[in-house]
Design a protein. Structure first.
Length: 210
């Protein structure tokens, strides 16, 4: 799967401000039962042998219906679809003409998707992540989530909010690769047809089940 943040007086002010990120996350998880948005994703891989980091940008659309259903449609520069339909997580890579299917319950617990779409509430989220508020930046309030399990590929993910509106994910994996997803045109509690989260492998593609 394609690859899935001073002084005492300042500190006192910051403590009050940082709490806003936790409040925004909790409010988002309580109130946002479904939604859709456009997104832009920038993935930066560490440079090798002193080279500058390499980056690539993708764009597409995102939909979710809590709990356990979401869909990422990558449009540019390459078409790719990721669908969680409740039982199975599907990844369709158009260029490879391949679909990968994995049991959803085994792969989504400690992933960024759990933060924004899969987990039903904050208490459920805390079973898989250590969550803490961190300093505001870029005009957003942030929380950082670190997986409790230490054997996964995710190092941490920072979730940025503009008020109670989801604005960004800043994801760092255990290999040092950073992925920043920025959301726009977010529609919270949009009426999304249930069949948006259905997926049937196109005829003729290779299907790999893991």
């Amino acid at each position: 799967m394609k690859k899935l943040f001073a002084t005492l007086s300042i500190a006192l002010c910051a403590q009050f401000t940082w709490a806003g990120g936790m409040e925004s996350l909790e409010n988002f998880m309580k109130s946002a039962k479904s939604g859709r948005a456009d997104f832009s994703q920038v993935v930066a891989a560490p440079g090798k042998n002193g080279e500058a980091p390499r980056s690539k940008t993708s764009t597409g659309t995102f939909e979710f219906s809590r709990p356990n259903r979401f869909r990422f449609n990558y449009r540019k520069p390459f078409e790719q679809t990721i669908v969680a339909e409740g039982q199975t997580l599907w990844l369709y890579d158009v260029d490879l003409n391949q679909v990968t299917a994995r049991k959803q319950a085994q792969v989504l617990g400690s992933t960024p998707a759990a933060l924004i779409a899969s987990s039903p509430d904050l208490n459920a989220l805390k079973k898989d992540f250590n969550i803490e508020a961190i300093a505001d930046r870029d005009g957003l309030q942030w929380v950082q989530a670190t997986p409790r399990a230490k054997d996964g590929q995710l190092h941490d993910v920072k979730v940025g909010f503009r008020g109670n509106e989801l604005a960004a994910l800043d994801i760092l994996d255990s290999f040092g690769q950073r992925s920043v997803i920025s959301f726009s045109k977010l529609e919270v509690n949009a009426q999304i047809p249930a069949d948006s989260f259905n997926f049937k492998p196109p005829q003729g593609v290779d299907v790999v089940r893991q």
